[in-house]
Design a protein around this ligand. Structure first.
Ligand SMILES: Nc1ncnc2c1ncn2[C@@H]1O[C@H](COP(=O)(O)OP(=O)(O)OP(=O)(O)O)[C@@H](O)[C@H]1O
Length: 307
């Protein structure tokens, strides 16, 4: 089977420090592949290698069938990159920025105008084509960067923390555009994020920690693997309640963190009815929820992803 991204036993060391410790994964055409992990996990290192900006220490990586260390130009033609930081020229208009990129990427002169109009349409910036980028809001600049990343019809779009530093409403908008892109252009997307809600939109997620991929699957399967429901409990005496739960209740797992007791249970209905009736420690708060990707991360590493 042909994979747009194929990574085999990738390693990267900075002197004696191993930032990536032998990752292997593949990404299919049209997939949104989320790369999730806390700060310092090795996400940027991986994305920089995949996009030819950094040499791996060992392992093989192919993008669109081209090897990243031996066929750099072919790889670069196949990818678009949206960086964490703004790389637009703020003294130029939006359209001038895009035109510059077309020249840089050798988009044929006859196609430039139409393609620029197309990408402006995708990110809803048609009206602002002639405006200087320095007058754009943070969200508009990010949208323009996405438009620019698409100009040369890349097969894969790399998005490194695409919504970092944006307010929640703008973040939500950026994701609308990204999903529209998947629909309209069938672009394969490789995105790094440490926002768990953002990772949820991925078709598959790889969770990275300390340079290693510790899980890869669909968000749904990852969460289902945990099984059951999560119950968050606060009481007048959490230590006593924890002991009571451990001794008397049927739980898959129970832990106390930041003054909240987390219980993982097979069947929340059965647990709750017994719990309310028989817990001796006075209860002060109670919440039942389905597992999130944060719970997945917690169960693999014992830490919160934002830790
Ligand atoms: N040029 C470098 N020299 C030495 N160590 C580095 C270098 N670049 C990254 N590292 C280290 O490698 C590890 C992985 O860094 P990387 O930037 O890939 O993580 P990340 O998951 O992208 O984190 P973030 O979300 O903070 O960007 C970190 O411990 C980092 O300090």
């Amino acid at each position: 089977m042909f994979y747009l991204i194929h990574v085999q036993n990738l390693k990267k060391s900075y002197k004696s420090f191993q930032a990536v410790k032998g990752s292997s994964f593949h990404v299919k055409e049209g997939e949104i592949f989320g790369f999730l992990g806390p700060n310092g996990a090795g996400k940027s290192t991986t994305i920089n290698i995949l996009s030819t900006m950094l040499e791996p220490s060992s392992g093989t990586v192919t993008i669109n069938g081209y090897e990243v260390t031996k066929q750099k130009n072919r790889v670069r033609e196949s990818i678009g990159i949206i960086f964490q930081e703004n790389t637009l020229d703020e003294k130029l208009t939006a359209k001038e920025n895009l035109m510059l990129h077309c020249k840089f990427y050798n988009v044929p002169r006859s196609k430039r105008k139409a393609r620029i109009a197309e990408v402006f349409e995708i990110v809803d910036l048609k009206e602002s084509a002639g405006t200087l980028v320095e007058k754009f809001s943070g969200g508009m600049q990010r949208r323009l960067e996405i438009a620019r990343g698409l100009l040369h019809y890349p097969k894969v779009l790399f998005l490194d923390e695409p919504s970092v530093g944006l307010d929640p409403q703008t973040r939500a908008h950026i994701w609308e555009y990204i999903l529209k892109l998947k629909e309209k252009e069938n672009i394969t997307m490789f995105l790094t994020t440490h926002y768990l809600d953002e990772a949820e939109i991925s078709d598959r997620v790889a969770i990275m920690d300390h340079g290693e991929i510790i899980a890869i699957d669909t968000p749904k399967n990852l969460k289902q693997q945990l099984g059951g429901d999560i119950i968050e409990i606060t009481t007048a005496d959490n230590q006593a309640a924890l002991q009571e739960i451990e001794d008397n209740f049927d739980v898959i797992d129970v832990s106390l963190k930041d003054e909240v007791i987390y219980c993982k249970v097979e069947n929340s209905d059965a647990f709750v009815s017994k719990f309310i009736k028989s817990l001796k420690t006075p209860l002060t708060g109670f919440d039942i929820r389905k597992p999130t990707l944060n719970d997945v991360f917690l169960s693999f590493t014992g830490r919160e992803i934002r830790g």
